[in-house]
Write a protein that binds this ligand. Structure first.
Ligand code: SF4
Length: 326
């Protein structure tokens, strides 16, 4: 059995949000005060392991743990160990803001985590404070050092550029990443903020980032993107690579193979989906694995061709990115 939609896209990538809470308050993501999901609605480690097991039996081969901030889950090591011990274990990765990684990097690697993406929009402490409302840059940098020492590979840096805030830092971030052997990926800001204040004007588009980096580096497109959200370029003949996820200005929905499980147990077939399927209620009411698999199959089968950002009837989903999982 496969997770296949009506456009023939086979889904092999599951993003699992572990919590909507975060240790930062990035201005493009969430306001200082948030209303969090109720603790009793969050899936337990055992429930997450079971649902991921059902998804793996349906052809999921890659699992990415997200949030909110996954390091805020006290049972994170149990979740990582549980998923990495599933039969035919999926390739297990995590996206994090890096705070707490200094302590957790090695245990996570030992529990079975293979790859990691760390969000870092600036290497300037003042700009970091302005973007995240928290003075934690040193913690993130220490976390990056720790994952490198723990042997996770590759280590990717996710950076969001905002007009008038850090849009002059593309080259500095690339120099930082190359110097430490990390792969840098810029992500265009999407209309998924909790405040619903996104406008197209805040985006620094992929074309502008490439032009800026091209002033100081020779960039050569890397072929064979497949289903990956990031287009990639070799930097000065390599081995360094830089990627851009241009979800707004150059959508890649036609190759999408991703489905998302929220921290409170709802399945979403697209970041921008206005509908989601409840897995938690059947899971807690005695559903069999076959029953749960049916919900996965049904959800993916109704996936739209892609997001409709920029179209007249586009509507931002009720859940912000922090409650969906990136
Ligand atoms: S917007 Fe939806 S369909 Fe497009 S790439 Fe993202 S998740 Fe996939």
């Amino acid at each position: 059995m496969q997770l296949i939609d009506s456009f023939g896209r086979v889904h092999t990538d599951l993003r699992v949000s572990l919590t909507d809470r975060c240790s930062l308050r990035c201005t493009y993501c969430m306001p200082e005060q948030m209303t969090w999901l109720k603790p009793e609605t969050l899936l337990t480690a055992a429930e997450i392991e079971r649902l991921v097991g059902v998804a793996v039996a349906l052809g999921i081969t890659r699992v990415r743990l997200t949030g909110g901030e996954p390091l805020m889950r006290r049972d994170l090591l149990d979740i990582v160990a549980g998923i990495s011990h599933l039969p035919g274990p999926p390739d297990l990765a995590m996206t994090t803001n890096g705070i707490g990684l200094e302590r957790m990097a090695r245990p996570l690697a030992e529990a079975g985590l293979r790859r990691i993406n760390v969000s870092l929009d600036t290497t300037d402490p003042d700009t970091f404070l302005r973007i995240t409302r928290r003075n934690r840059l040193d913690d993130v940098l220490a976390g990056l050092d720790a994952v490198a020492e723990a042997g996770l590979n590759p280590i990717k840096i996710n950076a969001v550029l905002q007009r008038g805030v850090n849009d002059a830092e593309a080259a500095d971030l690339l120099a930082f990443a190359i110097d430490r052997g990390f792969e840098l990926r810029f992500i265009e800001q999407m209309p998924l903020d909790a405040a619903k204040s996104w406008t197209r004007e805040v985006i620094v588009p992929a074309s502008e980032i490439i032009a800026e980096l091209g002033r100081t580096h020779r960039l050569t497109p890397v072929d064979g993107r497949g289903h990956a959200p990031a287009a990639r370029w070799l930097v000065d003949s390599g081995p360094a690579v830089v990627g851009i996820i241009a979800a707004v200005t150059e959508p890649f929905c036609s190759a999408c193979d991703r489905v998302r499980l929220t921290a409170d147990g709802y399945l979403r077939n697209c970041l921008f989906s206005l509908e989601e399927q409840d897995l938690r209620t059947p899971l807690r009411s005695g559903a069999t694995d076959d029953d749960l698999a049916e919900i996965f199959i049904e959800c993916v089968s109704h996936k739209k061709a892609g997001h409709e950002i920029g179209q007249r009837d586009f509507r931002q989903p009720a859940r912000p990115m922090s409650a969906i999982g990136g």
